[in-house]
Design a protein around this ligand. Sequence first.
Ligand SMILES: NC(=O)C1=CN([C@@H]2O[C@H](COP(=O)(O)OP(=O)(O)OC[C@H]3O[C@@H](n4cnc5c(N)ncnc54)[C@H](OP(=O)(O)O)[C@@H]3O)[C@@H](O)[C@H]2O)C=CC1
Ligand SMILES: O=C(O)C1=N[C@H](C(=O)O)C[C@H](O)C1
Length: 263
Amino acid sequence: MINAAVLGACGRMGSLIVENITSHPDMQLVAAFDICNFGRDAGEFAHVGNLGVPISDVKDLEAVLKESKADVLIDFTAAGATAVNAPIAARTGVNLVIGTTGLTQEQRAIVDDAIQKAQVSAVISPNYSVGVNVFFKIIREAAKYLADYDIEIIEAHHNQKKDAPSGTALRAADVISEALGGKEYIYGREGIAPRGKEIGIHGVRAGDITGDHTVLFAGNSERIEIRHMAHSRQIFAKGAVRAAEWVCKQKPGIYSMDDVLGL
Ligand SMILES: NC(=O)C1=CN([C@@H]2O[C@H](COP(=O)(O)OP(=O)(O)OC[C@H]3O[C@@H](n4cnc5c(N)ncnc54)[C@H](OP(=O)(O)O)[C@@H]3O)[C@@H](O)[C@H]2O)C=CC1
Ligand SMILES: O=C(O)C1=N[C@H](C(=O)O)C[C@H](O)C1
């Protein structure tokens, strides 16, 4: 049985992850953390009834992870929170699944360094859906054939999302850039500036859009649009729980969702 803990357990993603853990035959929820709602039951936010797991203050992360004998911590919070808490969990010897996006390069380096020094295993991915990870493969291949085309990435998300552009859009840009031997990025376009060879990255925040990502390859007289649309956050939650089960069986290291899915 895998002992799982969830950080951000009252949030949109964290609560769905709690729900998925409770229906997993080989996993149990042993701890749940957030920045408020302390003492309330994690099952309340996941709408699965009382689980006997209270929301703990993230300030007690190390003590509660030890006491609950957690094997893995699944973190979907905010960039600043992940940069502080993932290193604490790693130093406590707990494996990690990190879904939080919007980390700066410096924050990501702090997290990576702590994981490597602590010799734990971690999956870090901006998107835990199967479809988006296949989408990354498709856009990598397409880019190789369409290197001279103008490339724009458009992402759309709900109006509560804090970071922009999305982690998935940034990863899509990196995938294309790697395929083409390096590309400049531009974030949004305004004013008078001729288009160069850069990848344009554009964010839309509106209503309750779960998460859409489009890569547009445009040439003269034609264009290709490759698009992934998430219909429900369940796809991310299921992927994160699958990654948590997988990561507990791996050697120390930092893995991607490609590794989990064997892509
Ligand atoms: N990799 C993937 O597949 C996916 C990644 N994400 C990413 O996951 C993250 C969370 O998204 P979502 O669930 O929609 O966001 P929510 O705001 O709904 O959930 C985040 C939760 O974390 C809590 N929180 C914020 N700061 C802290 C902190 N310092 N310590 C402890 N808890 C904290 C929030 O509390 P409060 O509300 O009080 O601030 C909230 O309960 C985002 O970065 C998002 O981009 C989202 C979907 C899929
Ligand atoms: O905040 C979200 O909702 C999402 N965030 C992730 C991202 O930034 O890429 C993944 C997904 O698109 C939903």
